[in-house]
Design a protein around this ligand. Structure first.
Ligand code: NAD
Length: 472
């Protein structure tokens, strides 16, 4: 049993003033694994004040000083890779391989930001003027629970590269991941207050960050409804707002694809992180003429998936994060039936042999219409919909018929054809014959999947303000 009752403010771990104590449940065993005392609005005010003081210094740092900070952060997080991985497995049931990838990616974010900053001109001539790219000011970084280290480090890396101090609010559901990460980041020995980390509720700590006049910029990752709330709250003080939100991504398999490669990859895209990934490819679009074959392949592959203990590297799918999420996903599976889809794998209830834990059977529906709830809404669990298309144009139409536009996947052996489809898809990222992103290229959403981009140059510029100086 662990107890977390501190926030990281002004370079110190300090007891929180908040009084709400929450029990944290291990989703694999349903046992209480620890407790967290949540920070409150007063803690948030202290953290913001500390960041505001640090901004005085941070705002005047040179490129070389920021690169040095990024390198120290990278080394500190790299040294804690295993602890970071293990906390994601314990806290939300991340499968081993996924947790391993995210923990490595967390340290890599700092190296990537250093590389981007190195090559970036912070001062450049435009017309007869000079343009200075200056830090926007104190940033509020708000993260979900489903990849705490990756999300926090990606945002923090861009903030530091731009010269911004920050107040970081990970999800109240990620106490252990956030605390372990805070301990790692602390070991980088950055000046006090340059980053501050506190766990608290969205409507308390999150709201204080979103409304404080001392915060200039919000970088948020989470659900679309929360993103809208934050954007509304921030408009009063005209905060710069970047939002990385909900997805309902399509995987388009063309008839010329190598199905031996494409179908396993598409299933991986659907079920990654136990289906709890914003970029999960949860709508599989296949040529109608090959539908039967795809269904047979999917049945075989899903039957071979290992569901169970996420600590075991052989496990494909671990539990969902909470009882509430388990119940929500069961509700979607029920509605899939009710609305007329055909179940071809999985279904309601736990997998056979797993009596405890928030385990859901990897579930696949065929005969799905794009208007059904399972095709329209983000389920955030291992539930895949197969939709048949009649032509390339039809596939593109189905893929784009969603309010979201985060990511899409295309599988084809003809690069030109895949490129053409990519050019027509309304998605921030299109991955062709692969499911891993490029961490130096921009990441973000079209439509209601977000505003702005993370990673690379655009991620850096999201924390910069252009100042034009023109003289006679
Ligand atoms: P969420 O929106 O419920 O919460 C995200 C964060 O916002 C948490 O830290 C929460 O405490 C905070 N929050 C809640 N209300 C707030 C308020 N009024 N003001 C300020 N902050 C507030 O999301 P979640 O359940 O933690 O995460 C899952 C969602 O995140 C999914 O929709 C998923 O698609 C999305 N997500 C998106 C990306 C991306 O890059 N696009 C990545 C990961 C997750």
């Amino acid at each position: 049993m662990w107890t977390i009752n501190q926030a990281y403010i002004d370079g110190q771990f300090v007891p929180v003033q908040g009084r709400e104590i929450v029990e944290c449940i291990n989703p694999t065993t349903e046992a209480v694994m620890g407790t967290v005392t949540l920070a409150d609005r007063n803690d948030a005010k202290q953290a913001i004040a500390a960041a505001q003081r640090a901004q005085e210094v941070m705002g005047r740092t040179t490129k070389a000083e920021r690169i040095d900070m990024l390198k120290r952060l990278q080394a500190a997080v790299l040294a804690s890779t295993e602890q970071i991985r293990d906390t994601a497995i314990e806290e939300y049931g991340a499968p081993f391989a996924r947790a391993q990838w995210v923990s490595q990616y967390a340290s890599q974010c700092f190296a990537n930001a250093a590389q981007t900053l190195e090559a970036y001109d912070l001062v450049r001539p435009m017309g007869a003027a000079r343009v200075f790219m200056e830090p926007v000011g104190v940033a509020g970084l708000i993260a979900p629970w489903n990849s705490t280290a990756g999300t926090v480090c990606s945002k923090l890396a861009s903030a530091i590269a731009a010269g911004c101090a920050s107040v970081i609010k990970p999800s109240e559901m990620s106490a252990l991941q956030a605390h372990t990460l805070a301990q790692a980041l602390d070991r980088a020995g950055l000046p006090n207050g340059v980053f501050n980390i506190l766990l608290g509720r969205g409507d308390e700590v999150g709201d204080e960050i979103s409304t404080s006049p001392l915060i200039a910029k919000i970088s948020f990752t989470g659900s679309t409804p929360t993103g809208k709330r934050i954007a509304r709250a921030g408009v009063e003080t005209l905060k710069r707002v970047s939002l990385a939100l909900t997805g309902k991504s399509a995987s388009i398999v063309l008839e010329d694809a190598d199905f031996n490669i494409a179908i396993p990859l598409a299933l991986n895209a659907a079920f990654m992180n136990n289906g709890q990934a914003c970029v999960a490819g949860t709508r599989l679009l296949v040529p109608r003429a090959r539908l039967k074959e795809v269904i047979e392949r999917v049945k075989t592959l899903v039957a071979a998936m290992v569901v169970g203990n996420p600590q075991d590297p052989a496990t494909d799918i671990g539990p969902l994060v909470s009882r509430a999420q388990y119940d929500r996903v069961q509700g979607f599976i029920r509605r899939g039936h009710e609305q007329g889809a055909t179940l071809i794998a999985g279904g309601e209830g736990r997998p056979v042999g797993l009596e405890k834990g928030y385990f859901v059977q990897p579930t696949v529906f065929a005969d799905v219409d794009n208007d059904m709830d399972i095709a329209r809404e983000e389920i955030f669990g291992p539930v895949l919909s197969i939709l048949a298309y009649d032509s390339e144009a039809h596939a593109i139409d189905i893929a784009n018929a969603t309010i979201y536009g985060l990511q899409a996947y295309v599988f084809s052996q003809q690069q030109e054809r895949a490129n053409h489809i990519a050019s027509r898809l309304e998605a921030g990222t299109v991955l062709i014959n692969r499911i891993v992103p490029d961490l130096l290229a921009p990441f973000g959403g079209f439509k209601q999947s977000g505003i702005g981009r993370e990673f690379g140059i655009l991620g850096l510029e999201a924390f910069l303000e252009a100042k034009t100086v023109a003289s006679q």
